[in-house]
Structure formats: structure tokens, C-alpha cells
Design a protein around this ligand. Structure first.
Ligand code: SAM
Length: 325
């Protein structure tokens, strides 16, 4: 069997699928306010097409899938898709990233469908800040969604906070304390210069923040199995962990194990590079499974070594939700 190993010896076993590029929020570092140029529904991959691709990837050794977007819970019947993907032989882990505004009504169905892990984006615990950073007054809905997910049995829930200088950097301690109390894993994320929106906000270097949090909360270096690119600190008893995702101050491209599929069927090999393979045209032109497998292998053989967010911050016109975060 051929395998998904790129020219740098990295084994690709993780696919992120954007199930929609639409979102009900307008986070200031992501979708521009007033943006309307979303993908046409005719171009959205159907559930059959997504499932077929996952089956073919799984034949090549794919083990993990994450559903993302845009906001994945805006795609109608997303739980049905989750169930179909969770049932693909070889897929050991299905997760989902959400802003949680719609999670209250979906949590039970997602859990039943086989979603094993949830990441929730939450940049502030203050209502007026959520409105300013995320573009809509939705903190209550998000908290209700998180509570419903907890109730549905998702554990541990990961909270993703993009740390922005001048916007929420003074709230990091409060977020650590809240996640500790609630039993959530916190992940602090450095903003990436993706699109004009990603370039407009002020990036916060998380290295000094990590040291401050270590001292303030008495944390130690921790390894979280399956924890991805984050570096973790935790309480000595292991009950709380906080991860630092530092694509800018200390990138982790050498261990990158993922590729991304957009809602219109484009395979991206790197979040920060332009390399792309159009799988939708293949799917819709009667390609055989072998044709598609060959294209996937060919794509992985061209996976770039690393992003260049630091060296070339102007390079990327795509903002995050266009690729799938
Ligand atoms: N709507 C879902 C959510 O909120 O998790 C999934 C898609 S969203 C694009 C995925 C993640 O990307 C979110 O945690 C968001 O904060 C993050 N994100 C968006 N733009 C970013 C940027 N420029 N730099 C770093 N993270 C970004």
C-alpha cells in the first residue's frame, strides 16, 4: 500500500475538512465585516463526496479527521456527515471545531454521531469584548453551547483563545482560572497574518506569556497525548493543562501531519502556502478511485516544508475561514 509520507518524511494522518466557509461571527482577525463572496452551494462538496474522499485517504493511512469551517454547525445535517465519517474503517478519531453559538442544539447529536472531541473558540469572557472581537453579542449563547457539550459528555473540551495584544491579553489569567475551574483544556493561539484581517490585529508573542503563567499558577511542562502542535503546561496533579500554539514565535512545521480540504473540494497542503489541488473537478468528472488516490499521493509529495508567516507576512490573501481553521 502506498502511504502518505511527504518529501520531508512527515506522515500525513490528519485531514481537516471545512464543511462550509460561512460563519455567523465576524472575528476581527478572520472574516472581514461585510464580506459576501462565499462559495456557491453548487460548489460545496456533498456528504457523499466528502465521505468518498475520507475513504480514499483512509486507505492511504489517514487516521484522524476534524470538521471545521467557517462554522461547521451552519452546514445542515452536519451530525449525519459526522456519523458517516466516524464509520469509515481506519478513522480512529473524529473531532470538530466550533464557535459554539449553535452548539446547544447540536451537542447531543454530535456526540451520538461519534464526534469524540470538541474545540471551542472563545476569545473573552466579557460580553462586550466578545462583541468587539468576534463581531456579534453572543457570549451567552457560547456559554450555553459549552455547558450543553459538557452535559452531553464531551470531555475534555478544549477552549481556543487567540491572544491579541490590546484586545484580550489582560484576560489570559482570568481565562486560565476559568478553564481550571470548569475542567477545560485551554489553548492560547498566536494570531497568524492570514489575509488583511489577520494582518490588521496585533500579534502577541506567547513565549513570555507562557513563563508568566507557569510562575503565576505553579505549572510544569506536560505532554498531552494527541495534543498536536501545542506545547503544554499543567498542574503537577495533571488536572489542568494549558497549551501554547505558537506558529509565529516557534513554528512546529517539522512535525506537521495534516492537510486541509476546503468546502469546494480544494486540497491545501499548508495553511500558509498557496499550493492547492482541485479534487472537486476530479470527483465530478468521473475519476476512478485510483485516479483520485494518485492525485492525493501526488499532492502530498508536494507538501511545502513550512509556512513563511514570519518572513513573508504579506504573502497570504486567504483569510483563515476560507481554508478551514
Ligand atoms: N468556526 C469554528 C471555530 O470558531 O472554531 C471553526 C473555524 S475557525 C476559522 C478555527 C479557528 O481559527 C478559531 O479558533 C479561530 O479563532 C482561528 N483563527 C481564525 N483566524 C485566525 C488567525 N488569523 N490567526 C490565528 N487563528 C485564527
Amino acid at each position: 500500500m502506498s502511504e502518505l509520507i511527504d518529501p520531508f518524511g512527515r506522515r500525513i494522518e490528519y485531514l481537516r475538512i471545512s464543511v462550509t466557509d460561512r460563519c455567523d461571527l465576524r472575528c476581527k482577525y478572520c472574516i472581514p465585516e461585510g464580506f459576501t463572496d462565499f462559495e456557491e452551494p453548487d460548489n460545496w462538496l456533498s456528504f457523499d463526496e466528502m465521505e468518498r474522499l475520507v475513504r480514499l485517504f483512509a486507505r492511504l493511512g489517514l487516521k484522524r479527521v476534524r470538521l471545521t469551517g467557517g462554522e461547521p454547525l451552519l452546514r445542515r445535517n452536519v451530525s449525519e456527515l459526522a456519523g458517516r465519517i466516524a464509520a469509515v474503517p481506519g478513522i480512529e478519531d473524529l473531532s470538530l471545531s466550533t464557535n459554539a453559538t449553535q452548539l446547544e442544539k447540536h451537542a447531543v447529536a454530535l456526540k451520538a454521531a461519534g464526534v469524540s472531541r470538541l474545540n471551542v473558540s472563545l476569545d473573552s469572557l466579557r460580553p462586550e469584548r466578545v462583541e468587539r472581537i468576534n463581531g456579534r453579542p453572543v457570549l451567552d449563547k457560547i456559554l450555553a453551547g459549552i455547558a450543553a457539550a459538557k452535559e452531553a459528555g464531551f470531555a475534555p473540551i478544549k477552549i481556543n483563545m487567540v491572544a491579541l495584544e490590546g484586545d484580550n491579553d489582560d484576560e489570559i489569567d482570568a481565562m486560565v482560572a476559568w478553564c481550571m475551574e470548569q475542567g477545560f483544556i485551554l489553548r492560547l493561539i498566536e494570531n497568524m497574518p492570514m489575509g488583511d484581517t489577520g494582518r490588521k490585529v496585533r500579534y502577541l508573542d506567547l513565549q513570555p506569556v507562557k513563563e508568566q503563567i507557569r510562575q503565576r499558577f505553579g505549572l510544569v511542562e506536560t505532554v498531552l497525548p494527541g495534543g498536536g502542535p501545542a506545547r503544554y503546561l499543567g498542574t503537577p496533579d495533571g488536572r489542568f493543562t494549558v497549551g501554547f500554539i505558537t506558529p509565529i514565535s516557534q513554528h512546529f512545521c517539522a512535525t506537521c501531519n495534516r492537510v486541509r480540504l476546503t468546502v469546494d473540494g480544494v486540497l491545501h497542503l499548508c495553511l500558509g502556502q498557496e499550493d492547492r489541488f482541485d479534487l472537486r473537478s476530479l470527483l465530478r468528472s468521473g475519476a476512478t478511485d485510483d485516479d483520485i488516490v494518485r492525485t492525493i499521493l501526488n499532492a502530498v509529495a508536494k507538501k511545502p516544508e513550512r509556512h513563511e508567516f514570519r518572513e513573508q507576512p504579506q504573502k497570504l490573501v486567504r483569510f483563515m475561514s476560507m481554508t478551514g481553521g
